[in-house]
Design a protein around this ligand. Structure first.
Ligand SMILES: C[S@@+](CC[C@H](N)C(=O)[O-])C[C@H]1O[C@@H](n2cnc3c(N)ncnc32)[C@H](O)[C@@H]1O
Length: 618
């Protein structure tokens, strides 16, 4: 029976596959297996190549090649569900994933490839004080012990990146490059990514995104007024803005939604003359481009004459203006004495308005308001510094996501994005779902968060969602359908594989270890751990409904109704298998050594083949 692969995609292999589809003649074999004959590829591309020291326009930094390898290298880790830390585990469609986002993004490649409509990230800005994750950090034990930094169990470290570091920008780029590359794969064809950043790295972020998403997929950039009354404490420019860059996977397909009109916008429409068409606002009657044929006199109702100012002309022809006047669409002021203006009726305008690139403090809130909001939610304790305002992310959701989209934030911090998703769903009845990823970065022992028992930022993020969800339900209690609002989340944690090493390299296993390997599953791993590993490998949505049923005395997990049936019990026999087939699953998975004996295993394979059910083992 075929075994599940349980390894994330190898993008180098996938690239070779893509090239071999375009240039089959450039694929050959070497002692390492299938390889590309680069000389042959060069011939195919004739003169249109640049190599060696020849000048070209490009972004490069020391470590770039290594960070590309980092992005492409597969891992065989897994995601383990944690029911106790989740909320409404069985019914929610939201996910909270704890772990280094590089690994999270790799693990999500099969399941969420091309499925995410919107990503928002707020990565470390490289201010000289924040931590940058050092991927694949390898050093010997002595060196390792000498370091006092944050170290995870794999030896990866969160290292501070002071601007005195000679590789200051390079380290940050090496951290961002593989993550953005993997994130792009997850976007739908019409998907968009919003990235917050400040002046420290905005130039590099723009360039690295140009490279990863393609310059032609740059959609725009926002400037957010983060302080209304900034401290006047800078020797040069007092900075009170941040940037948000927006790229699409495919700009042609990525349409930004219009925003609903704000109350102040609607209030600016009036009906001074009791027009039966309702409220209106007046606009200039002058054309943006000059046309000598559109200069003529217009008679005002009070008898005076209006002409366009010097160098300007009217926006319409004489006949058209006559029609507009007789239809009461030209406004000459209350006493009929002003310059003519055109009336624009709210009822005749498109429903929404396009988003503008300057995000004003009053409309999107600022840093201070965001901090106060979070502090209030945590009973007056300041548990996180510089969260983003819910309002600003809500605005990005309004323009970048549909009402039922999956939204990903893989630098999620205090989970503002999850909060904004739930808030907007409560306001407009949408069914957006979120995936938060956050490394369990330790909180400072002196911090209020630590004292309040939040030992990691991930603890803060999860608690924020719990509290915000309840508060949103409470605030909207009178709304129809509020009971159905999904304020739950499934917690999944990145961990080493559930399988012992033998699973991945059976040839290397020595004879003496064979007894120990009677089970290829690590101690302490539960059926649900195995189930989620299978979901990941088979590319099945991690938020699907999971049901436990007894089938012929054995426990079977059904995921997504009858799409997948998984049974990890021992002594499976033909009677059980026939009972399982009667439940009509599309795919089934067992443990390789879960069958009563070898002949059952062979018969079982036949039974599933006849029933046209895909079967695999772990
Ligand atoms: C600027 S904060 C995000 C704040 C968030 N937007 C909010 O409103 O709360 C960046 C977050 O990314 C997290 N982070 C940094 N490196 C990470 C990594 N490799 N994987 C996952 N999270 C990471 C940090 O712990 C931090 O919480």
């Amino acid at each position: 029976m075929e075994k599940l692969d349980l390894t994330t995609p190898n993008f180098t292999d996938e690239n070779i596959q893509k090239l071999s589809e375009l240039f089959p003649n450039c694929v050959t074999e070497s002692s390492e297996g299938k390889v590309i004959d680069f000389d042959a590829l060069k011939q195919e591309l004739s003169d249109n190549i640049v190599e060696g020291n020849k000048e070209r326009y490009q972004l490069t930094w020391p470590g770039k090649a290594e960070s590309l390898v980092t992005a492409n290298t597969p891992i065989n880790k897994t995601l383990r569900p944690v029911r106790e830390e989740s909320k409404d585990f069985d019914n929610t469609e939201n996910l909270y994933i704890e772990g280094d986002n590089l690994e999270v993004l790799k693990l999500l490649q099969e399941t969420y490839l091309g499925k995410i409509k919107m990503i928002y990230i707020d990565p470390p800005y490289n201010t000289g004080k924040d931590f940058v994750y050092k991927d694949n950090f390898t050093q010997d034990k002595a060196e390792y012990d000498a370091e006092s930094g944050n170290v995870d169990e794999e030896g990866g470290r969160l290292v501070s990146n002071p601007d005195s570091n000679g590789r200051y920008h390079s380290d940050w780029l090496s951290m961002m490059y593989p993550r953005l590359k993997l994130a792009r794969n997850l976007l739908k064809d019409d998907g968009v990514i919003f990235v917050s950043i400040d002046d420290n790295e905005v130039h590099n972020l723009r360039k690295v995104c140009d490279e990863i998403f393609g310059e032609s997929n740059f959609i725009g950039s926002f400037m957010w007024e983060k302080h209304k009354a900034p401290k006047n404490d800078n020797k040069y420019v007092t900075t009170n803005h941040e940037h948000i860059l927006v790229f699409g996977k495919n700009k042609e397909r990525a349409i930004l939604n219009k925003l609903p009109r704000s109350k102040s916008n609607i209030d600016s429409f009036k009906n001074i003359d009791n027009d039966p068409r309702g409220v209106w606002i007046s606009g200039p009657l002058l054309a943006p481009t000059f046309n000598a044929n559109s200069i003529f006199e217009i008679k005002r109702p009070n008898g005076g004459i209006a002409t366009p100012p010097a160098g300007k002309c009217w926006s319409f022809t004489k006949d058209r203006i006559r029609e507009l006047i007789s239809d009461n669409r030209i406004w000459f002021g209350s006493d009929g004495n002003n310059a003519p203006r055109i009336k624009r009726f709210l009822s005749e305008l498109p429903d929404g308005i396009g988003v503008t690139s300057v995000l004003l403090h009053d409309e999107t809130a600022g840093t201070q308001k965001a901090s106060n909001h979070l502090k209030k939610l945590f009973d007056g304790r300041k548990i996180f510094t510089y969260p983003k305002p819910v309002e600003i992310i809500k605005r990005f959701l309004q323009v970048g996501a549909d009402s039922d989209s999956v939204v990903l934030d893989f630098f999620s911090g205090s989970s503002t994005t999850a909060h904004a998703v739930m808030q907007l769903n409560a306001e407009d009845g949408g069914n957006r779902k979120f995936i938060m990823a956050q490394i369990p970065e330790a909180t400072d022992e002196k911090s209020e968060a630590y004292k309040a028992n939040y030992k990691t930022i991930a603890e803060i993020g999860k608690e924020r969602i719990r509290r915000a969800g309840e508060k949103i339900k409470e605030d909207n209690a009178a709304k129809d359908g509020i009971d159905d609002l999904d304020v739950g989340f499934r917690v999944l944690k990145v961990d080493s594989s559930n399988m012992k090493e033998v699973y991945f390299s059976p040839d290397n296993t020595q004879q003496s270890n064979l007894l120990d390997l009677a089970s290829n599953i690590k101690e302490g791993r539960t059926d649900e751990d195995l189930l989620f590993m299978v979901l990941l490998d088979w590319g099945i949505d991690l938020s699907v409904k999971i049901e436990r049923r007894e089938v012929a005395g054995k426990t079977v997990y059904f995921a997504d109704d009858d799409y997948l049936a998984a049974c990890f019990e021992d002594n499976l026999d033909e009677e059980f298998v026939k009972a399982l087939v009667a439940q009509n699953p599309l795919k089934v998975v067992f443990r390789d050594n879960g069958f009563a004996n070898d002949s059952v295993k062979i018969n079982v394979e036949q039974i599933f083949k006849q029933a046209d059910i895909e079967v695999k083992v772990i």
